[in-house]
Structures are given as C-alpha cells and as structure tokens.
Ligand binder design. Structure first.
Ligand SMILES: [Zn+2]
Length: 455
C-alpha cells in the first residue's frame, strides 16, 4: 500500500471507530487493524479522521455588480484545503446569450491548471428560454446534475416565473436537482426604494431591505412551484425561521425538498452591521436577529436543514465598502477555510451537533445530494482517500494573516476555536500538512456527477 494512517478515530455519518486506514492509488483500500506494510505511515493518535468537507456552494472566481472577486481557483481551493474541504461545487453563471455548455467551458477554463482539490459546477440559469431548457438534458448526461435558479432581480424571476417552473419540471424529469436562491424581489425592491427615498443609505439599513418575511415568502413560493412542477428542490443559504417553517412543513408532508444554511447565520447576527466596516458581513440574505442563530442550529439537528455550505466569495474591504445604497453593497465573503473548525467548535463542542451529524452535514449529505457519493463524502473501502486529520484539542485564534484566501480581511478575526485540521489528504495525496500547502496548482480534477437520488 502507498500509505497507512494509524491509530486515528474514524468518523463517518454513521460510525465512530478506532482503526487504521490503508490507501492505494488514491483510494481507501482497507480499514482495519494491523494493516501494512506501506511506503509511508502516519500516526494519527488523538486525532479524528473525517471525510473531507464537500462544500456545494462556492463562488471562487466571480464577478458581480461590476466587481471581480479576489480569489481564483488556486487561492480559493488552497483556502478550502487548509480548512479541511476537499471538494467544491462552484456556481457557473452564464453571460447573456451563453449556452449551458459554453458557461461550463468558461468555468472549466477558470479552474483548469489552478484547482488544488476536486471540483464540479452547478450551471445557473438566468434566461429560462426554450433553447436553454432543451440544453439541460445534455448537461445532465455530461455529469452536471443540478441547476441554480435565483428568485431575484438578476434572473428576472418575477417576470419569467412560468418559464422557471418549466426549468424545474425539466430538471425533475432528467433526475437533476434544482437549487434555489429564495428571496422575494417585489418586497426587496419596494423596501429598497423606500429606504433610498428616505436617505437611508449604508449598511446599517441593509437588513431592513431584505427582511425575514421576504425570504419566507419566497421559500413558500418555491416549494409550491416545485410541488406542481413535480421536481425536487434544494433551497440554498436559509437564514431564518420564516424560511424553515414552510420547509419543515413540506418535508413532513413528504415533498422532496432540502435546505442548506451558511456559517454566517450560525455564528453572527445583525448587530454586526452597526460595527465600523459592517459591510464586511453583507450577504444575501442578511444576517438576522440573534434568536435566529438558535433556529438554524435547531434546523440542522432536527434535519429540517441537511447541509452547511459557505457561499464563499472573497472580496476586499474596499470592494465591500464601495456601494452607497443598500442594494449596491456587495454580498458574500471569504469563509471556506473556517467552515469546518467553526462548525466543530461551535457545534460539536457545544453539544449542538453530534460528531456524526457534523460529518453528515458538511460531507456526506452534500455528496449524496449532488451525485458524488460514495466517491466523496465518506471514509469507506473504494472511496477516494479525501481525509482530514483533525486535531480536536488544538486552540486557534483566527487571524487574517494566517488565512489563504486573497480577501484582505477575516470575517471571524479574533474568534477562538478549539479544533483545527492537522493534515488534509486528497485522493491519498497530502495536500496540506500542519498549515503547509503541499498540493500543486492544477492537481484538482473536474468531477462528473451522478444523478440526484433522494436522501
Ligand atoms: Zn451563492
């Protein structure tokens, strides 16, 4: 065998066991006791072995509102690897008139030669024309088995809603999952206009322009549309109980609908917008009241929510502060490197999540929902050896200077966490060892994904 990891505690979505892991040709070859010999051995005593994180919501090389994000597929995936994430699924957004295939090619050019970990794309649909709907079958056959819809202005959702329902229906027929950004643009537009007319510019008013009810309303609408389109849907970055309530109800009725939340809604609340440089926390949807953080933890524990994903998008503080009115503030932030340690420290250590549930929501569930399981998302014989050696006792104070994204500020500056990745392996190769990046640019592979299967 090429490599044996000895004495670690393997954690999967279902089991916790003390065993050695033998790796050959990039895959897990054996799990057991007294394995060997191997060309190289690692002692993981006192450490957890988690399957690498699967972050199914990233924008690592992205343009929005006239700005270009600062990470590319090298810096973005290095940040991911340092934080224990070994797979990303990035959103590929078309230019006007681009076909789905051209969009994927554009994104593949961004990733090729740069990515340090494996990756795939969700094609976004911004023009739900008959031509684009006809192209979806080829995309699914090529291994792009999920699509993204935005219920907001950039996709002209309110105007084109019946066409978007056809997209959902077609995805359902093809065995693909439709990912939906659910916020009601009518309310957002109206409230934004009111704020602007009253001279209420700036980040302290931002959360008022996109209230919880705007999210709840859109979630309810998306679920109802999906029901009639007979299509499974996956609601991205949910932030509040108004969104979780209709989701829980639909799931209880047996509808195939899933929910994702995002680290910021678990760790931060809207008071942050009052801070100097409060723009650094702007996302769509906004941070909510502190009470909502508990609702998100509860949603994860009770399986109303199935996944956590970062929505990573690295900007400089100057870019974040460039907008004047609430609708000009750039959404998104760098947080790929901190997702696992923050969730472990705040979730597992504070008894909000079990160890197995932690692995399930950051690795197993996203891999299953997006057609990557069991190649990714678990530690099992035959799976890719994407493994994080995680030191559960290491105390780290999060500092921008130690991070690998090209963003020039750190969201969790000064936060102290207990638990940090000691080593990250991708397909059996050590790509990060104690903070030292060993993985070469371009070693990451494009993943063709299987069709959606129910969770
Ligand atoms: Zn996003």
């Amino acid at each position: 065998m090429d490599l044996i990891i000895r004495n670690g505690t393997i954690v999967t979505a279902s089991d916790i066991m003390q065993a050695d892991v033998g790796i050959e040709a990039g895959k897990v070859k054996q799990i057991g006791y007294g394995l060997g010999p191997a060309a190289r051995e690692i002692d993981a005593r006192g450490q957890y072995l988690f399957p690498g994180g699967v972050d199914v919501h990233t924008h690592v090389d992205f343009a929005l509102l006239g700005h270009r994000s600062v990470d590319d597929f090298y810096s973005g995936t290095v940040a991911a690897a340092c934080g224990g994430v070994t797979t990303i699924v990035d959103y590929a957004l078309p230019e006007p008139g681009q076909s789905i295939q051209e969009t994927i090619e554009t994104w593949q050019k961004k990733a090729q030669g740069k990515a340090v970990i494996d990756y795939s794309f969700h094609p976004a649909i911004l023009e739900p024309s008959a031509r684009i709907i006809a192209e979806m079958a080829d995309a699914v056959a090529d291994g792009y088995t999920s699509f993204k819809l935005f219920m907001i202005g950039l996709a002209r959702f309110d105007e084109l809603a019946p066409q978007y329902m056809k997209v959902m229906a077609q995805a359902g027929r093809l065995g693909a999952l439709t990912n939906i950004h659910a916020e009601d643009q009518c309310l957002i537009s109206y409230l934004t206009e009111q704020l602007n007319a009253a001279g209420k510019f700036g980040v302290r008013y931002f959360a008022d322009s996109r209230p919880r009810l705007a999210e709840g309303l859109a979630v309810q609408r998306a679920i109802t549309m999906a029901r009639y389109a007979e299509a499974p849907i996956y609601l991205v970055h949910l932030s509040c109980e108004e969104a979780l309530r209709p989701l829980a109800e639909a799931r209880a009725c047996g509808q195939i609908v899933y929910g994702e939340t995002r680290p910021i809604y678990l760790h931060l609340s809207r008071e942050r917008f009052e801070e100097p440089d409060g723009e650094r926390y702007v996302g769509w949807p906004p941070l909510r009241e502190a009470s909502q953080m508990q609702a998100m933890w509860d949603g994860l524990r009770t399986d109303t929510l199935q996944t956590v994903a970062t929505d990573h998008c690295g900007w400089t503080l100057a870019q974040k502060k460039a907008g004047k009115t609430v609708d000009e503030l750039l959404p998104g932030m760098s947080n790929l490197e901190t997702m696992l340690p923050m969730l472990y420290s705040e979730g597992v250590r504070k008894s909000r999540l079990s160890l197995n549930r932690f692995v399930e929501i950051v690795s197993t569930n996203p891999a299953k929902l997006f057609g990557l399981y069991p190649q990714k998302g678990t530690i099992a014989v035959g799976s890719d050896a994407d493994i994080v050696l995680f030191d559960p006792h290491k105390i780290v104070t999060i500092r921008h200077a130690d991070m690998h994204s090209r963003a020039d500020y750190e969201l969790y500056e000064g936060f102290q966490v207990t638990g940090w990745p000691a080593m990250t392996l991708s397909r059996g190769e050590i790509i990060v060892d104690n903070g030292k990046v060993l993985g070469q640019a371009g070693r990451g592979r494009l993943l063709r994904r299987q069709r959606f299967t129910v969770l």
